[in-house]
Design a protein around this ligand. Structure first.
Ligand SMILES: *[C@@H]1O[C@H](CO)[C@@H](O)[C@H](O)[C@H]1NC(C)=O
Length: 316
């Protein structure tokens, strides 16, 4: 889409949400507190060569040491960071009840100062992928099928009725290849307000997945999800290229290739105003897709350094 300079100057709201994924612990397992999240969110906003990385995708509503509302919420309010909230959905109904309870507690505690920042709420993260043959073969851990996710989405909508988050968009995040199996996912696609897509050409080792093909592979993945999404929004909830780690098919992990992936795929997403949460600012457990693989664009540190590991400016 093309806008005149004058129009784009007066319509900053058209700029898409951009941000990173944030786990609830540091890579050594230490639980993050409000000041830790605030340091990360502030570093993201001040990353050299970039502007506008002021959104955070979370994986859980629960603060690990207290069982209360995750402290990323007050950190986001303090820093003006928008939020794609997440509820972990693969640990059974009792644990999901705790996720929902903290979501409702957050809505009632923080009210409009939270609601104004919430871009969406994801029920689950790659739950379906983990119960596909591919996920099972990768020992990806417990998951949940589309029918179970639809049930949970209805529970969340019911719990949020009458709270300040009653009109928030509720969706789900999964891998691109999971979404496009519509014989399985159609009821879930019908149920969600948005589809969050995780796509990593680095891991697509059954394809010719060298860095040279990475941008076309990513957009092919993304567009296949758009094709099944109907009128629903498709958001990029995870993508990135590792700066170190094992070779995956033809994909080599290196600083140079991570920079190329950002410059090509990343900058095309940002220029196209696609809602994007990059993987990742600094690596953290337990959400690193595979151990030994480092996706960070900066850090590690507390707060992470604002000087990135490679050039993040979108010059072209
Ligand atoms: C799609 O999902 C169905 C389960 O409904 C499964 O049997 C089938 O193997 C899946 N197809 C692919 C290509 O994964």
């Amino acid at each position: 889409m093309r806008f005149s300079t004058a129009l784009s100057l007066v319509t900053p709201a058209l700029a898409a949400t951009k941000g990173f994924n944030y786990g609830s612990t540091f890579s050594d397992g230490t639980i993050k507190h409000q000041s830790d999240f605030q340091g990360e969110f502030t570093s993201a906003q001040n990353l050299v060569g970039t502007s506008g990385f002021n959104s955070a995708r979370l994986y859980t509503m629960i603060q690990g040491d207290t069982g209360g509302v995750i402290e990323a919420i007050p950190a986001a309010i303090a820093t003006g960071t928008t939020l794609l909230l997440g509820l972990w959905a693969s640990a059974g109904q009792a644990d999901f009840n705790n996720e929902v309870a903290q979501l409702v507690a957050a809505a009632n505690t923080y009210g409009s100062s939270l609601a104004d920042l919430v871009v969406g709420i994801s029920v689950g993260s790659e739950d379906i992928y983990r119960v596909t043959p591919l996920g099972v073969a990768s020992n990806a851990g417990p998951g949940l099928d589309p029918e179970g996710l639809v049930n949970y989405i209805n529970q969340v909508r019911g719990a949020l009725a009458g709270t300040p988050l009653a009109s928030a968009m509720v969706g789900h995040v999964d891998t691109y290849n999971t979404w496009i199996n519509t014989t399985w996912t159609q009821p879930l696609i019908d149920s969600v307000d948005f589809l969050g897509v995780d796509a990593y050409p680095y891991y697509e080792s059954t394809k010719a997945n060298s860095i040279d093909n990475s941008m076309s592979t990513f957009w092919d993945d993304f567009n296949q999800v758009v094709a099944v999404a109907g009128s629903k929004g498709v958001w990029v909830t995870e993508t990135g290229w590792p700066n170190q780690g094992p070779t995956s098919g033809q994909a080599v992990a290196s600083i140079a290739n991570a920079e190329t992936y950002w410059q090509q795929t990343g900058c095309s997403l940002f220029a196209g105003n696609v809602m994007t949460w990059w993987f990742t600012l600094q690596d953290q457990q337990p959400v690193v897709p595979s151990s030994g693989v480092v996706f960070a664009v900066t850090g590690p540190g507390n707060p992470p350094p604002t000087t990135p590991l490679y050039d993040l400016s979108c010059s072209a």
